[in-house]
Structure formats: structure tokens, C-alpha cells
Design a protein. Structure first.
Length: 228
């Protein structure tokens, strides 16, 4: 695994926090939260390939490719900080954070998931979601091979939620689409240690709509993790 070709910003010293953005966005969407935490944390923001300043892959960018990239970013953060990381993910980035935790639980001390769902068991629901992803990719100007990274092909994450035991906070906007509000509630009910925060006046990007409230939620979750 390598971070070559990825647009990564790492700064600060302390416990590691790795931020992963949503589909069609970039690591820069975390600017307010990263600035707030960098004074006493090792903060890492990065962009998926084909997003922001990260290189466009030559072929299909798959879930497995993205997870390899995330693993490389997390490993570098863990090596720098000397301990496991808090993974903060928005939407697709939250889904990848869950998948990474399933594969490499020893590198994760906690999760903060914004507007995140666990995927689908129902093939019809999965296909409906994938059609929506194709529209978002086109509207965002993403090449088809890059847009493929968000395509759901199985129920791997939702089927294995009981394996995730680290503390998690689920943050969603009360004005988000029902599927994402339901996804946050579903995760809060099924993860072993979970807290749900629904922010009034926020939609699908609560870290942009209500940045100070999201930062406060991250601080509170960090305090919980530090007190374990």
C-alpha cells in the first residue's frame, strides 16, 4: 500500500484523527474541523483518487482500491502519532471508515460518521442507490472510472456491523434525505457502542452547515475515547 498520487495534508501532534470526505467532495471540506483539532491532535485530511488534487487512476477505481488508499493514510497517521486513529468520515467516507475498521480494527480507536449508511442487503435498494450515484458522478464532472468507487456491489459492511466494537458517534442533519437519517439511526442501534446526534438545520453536510456543532461533537467523542 502506498500514498503515492494522493493529495494529503497532515499537521499537528497528538492522537491521530483521519478525515475522509464524501463522494464528489475533497479533503478541503473538513477545513473547519481540522483547524479546530490540529492544536492538540495529529490531523490528516486527504482526497480520494480523482477528487481534489489526487491523481486520476488509469482504470476503474474500486472500493478495494479506495480502502487500500485509506489503509495507507491511516498507517502513516498511526506511525506518526504512535497510536490508533479516530476515523471521521462523511457519507461514502463514513462507509469506507466502517469497512476499514472491519479489516484493520487494531488501527482504529473510534469512529465519527456523518450522514453515513451501512450499505444495502436488498438488491433493488442497492441498484436504486447505484443509479443515483451515476447521476451524482455526472453532475460532479467525475470520470466514469472514478465514479465507480461509490458503486455498491454487496452487503459486506451491513452484514458485519456486530464485529465493530470501538466507540462511535453518528452525526446526521435533521434535514438530510430520509435514507441518510435512517442510516444513521440504523447504525446507532446496531453498533456496540454508539451515540446518535441529529443536528437541526443541517442537511447532508452537517460539517459545512453547522461546523461548530460538529466540532463540538468530535471534541466530546474524543473526551469519551480519552477516558476509556
Amino acid at each position: 500500500m502506498t500514498t503515492a498520487g494522493l493529495d494529503i495534508e497532515a499537521r499537528g501532534a497528538g492522537p491521530a484523527v483521519v478525515f475522509t470526505h464524501g463522494f464528489g467532495r475533497t479533503g478541503e471540506t473538513w477545513a473547519r474541523q481540522a483547524d479546530a483539532l490540529a492544536g492538540d491532535h495529529h490531523v490528516v485530511t486527504w482526497s480520494l483518487r480523482g477528487h481534489g488534487g489526487s491523481e486520476v487512476p488509469p482504470g476503474l477505481y474500486t472500493r478495494e482500491d479506495a480502502l487500500a488508499d485509506l489503509a495507507a493514510v491511516v498507517d502513516a497517521a498511526v506511525a506518526e502519532s504512535g497510536g490508533p486513529a479516530l476515523l471521521v468520515g462523511h457519507s461514502l467516507g463514513g462507509y469506507f471508515s466502517l469497512a476499514h475498521t472491519l479489516a484493520r480494527p487494531e488501527t482504529v480507536r473510534g469512529l465519527a460518521l456523518l450522514s453515513t449508511g451501512p450499505g444495502f442487503r436488498n438488491p433493488e435498494s442497492r441498484e436504486q442507490y447505484n443509479r443515483g450515484i451515476a447521476k451524482v458522478a455526472a453532475a460532479s464532472g467525475l470520470p466514469g472510472n472514478v465514479g465507480h468507487v461509490a458503486v455498491q456491489q454487496d452487503s459486506m459492511v451491513i452484514d458485519r456491523l456486530d464485529e465493530i466494537t470501538c466507540p462511535a458517534v453518528l452525526i446526521c442533519g435533521a434535514d438530510d434525505r430520509p435514507v441518510y437519517v435512517a442510516g444513521g439511526r440504523y447504525l446507532a442501534e446496531r453498533l456496540a457502542q454508539a451515540t446518535l446526534i441529529e443536528i437541526e438545520g443541517a442537511a447532508h453536510e452537517p460539517h459545512l452547515d453547522r461546523p461548530d456543532e460538529v466540532t463540538a461533537a468530535l471534541r466530546a467523542h474524543e473526551a469519551l475515547l480519552a477516558g476509556r
